[in-house]
Design a binder for this molecule. Structure first.
Ligand SMILES: Nc1ncnc2c1ncn2[C@@H]1O[C@H](COP(=O)(O)OP(=O)(O)O)[C@@H](O)[C@H]1O
Ligand SMILES: [Mg+2]
Length: 228
């Protein structure tokens, strides 16, 4: 089943008098359960593309269908609601809230949904267990290693059972060994829970473990490979 479909997506930014055409017509489809690496040189538009897929930004033109639903005509509040329900984001710098515990960080998407506190906590503990962080639930991010913080961030991305997990250089701030542990977690979640996953990475060893790769170049998809 097609989960998302992009057709001729264009996006430019104005830098003073200069117009930078970051996405010049990007088209591709992602099927439910797929796991894709997105590669390309710095500045090739990978994060811009991912932000559009995750509703953090909107394209200038082109079509974006998520679960067969046209996203262009949705209001801001509809977009926020869909983002909260359908999209899980993981960032290079983890982006956890420093004043909150690991457990409270994982609860955030559920707070926005108005889920009762007791249920929030039990859902969050369950997913913290899944990522191997249950014994650190009461710790603040500062008290955790980078790899542990990323596990918590992955739990936060997954707690609401999103349709798609978007990760923008999730191993970029971690050393090779810890980065591989995080990659193992993505692989396991994809194979056991069929979580559709897009991972931006600069690391060819990480990309090689994804069943498919998209290569971005000059605002286009230059290549797509599926290993089978
Ligand atoms: N909000 C913005 N305003 C102006 N320029 C931007 C903005 N976001 C990205 N860009 C520019 O778009 C280009 C692509 O950025 P990005 O998508 O972050 O690339 P990548 O993630 O592949 O490194 C860069 O030249 C960047 O400077
Ligand atoms: Mg980027």
């Amino acid at each position: 089943m097609t989960l998302l479909k992009l057709e001729n997506i264009k996006k430019s930014f104005n830098l003073g008098p200069l117009q930078v055409n970051v996405l010049r017509g990007v088209s591709f489809e992602v099927k439910t359960g797929e796991m894709l690496a997105i590669m390309g040189t710095s500045g090739s538009g990978k994060s811009t593309l991912m932000n559009i897929i995750g509703f953090l930004d909107q394209p200038d033109s082109g079509r974006y269908l998520l679960e067969n639903r046209e996203t262009a005509r949705l209001s801001d509040s509809e977009l926020s609601a869909i983002r909260n329900k359908k999209i899980g984001f993981v960032f290079q710098q983890f982006n956890l809230l420093g004043r909150l515990t690991a457990l409270e960080n994982v609860c955030i998407p559920l707070v926005y949904r108005g889920i009762p506190e007791k249920e929030q906590k039990s859902m969050s503990m369950e997913i913290l267990e899944k990522v191997g962080m249950a014994d650190r639930a009461g710790h603040k991010p500062m008290e955790l290693s980078g790899g542990q913080q990323q596990r918590v961030a992955i739990a936060r991305a997954l707690v609401g059972s999103p349709s798609i997990l978007l990760a923008d250089e999730p191993t970029g701030a971690l050393d090779t060994r810890v980065g591989q542990e995080i990659m193992n977690l993505f692989l396991e979640l994809n194979s056991t829970r069929q979580i559709t996953t897009l991972i931006i990475t600069h690391d060819p060893r990480i990309a090689a473990q994804c069943p498919g790769t998209i290569l971005m170049q000059d605002g286009y998809i230059a290549d797509r490979e599926e290993s089978q």
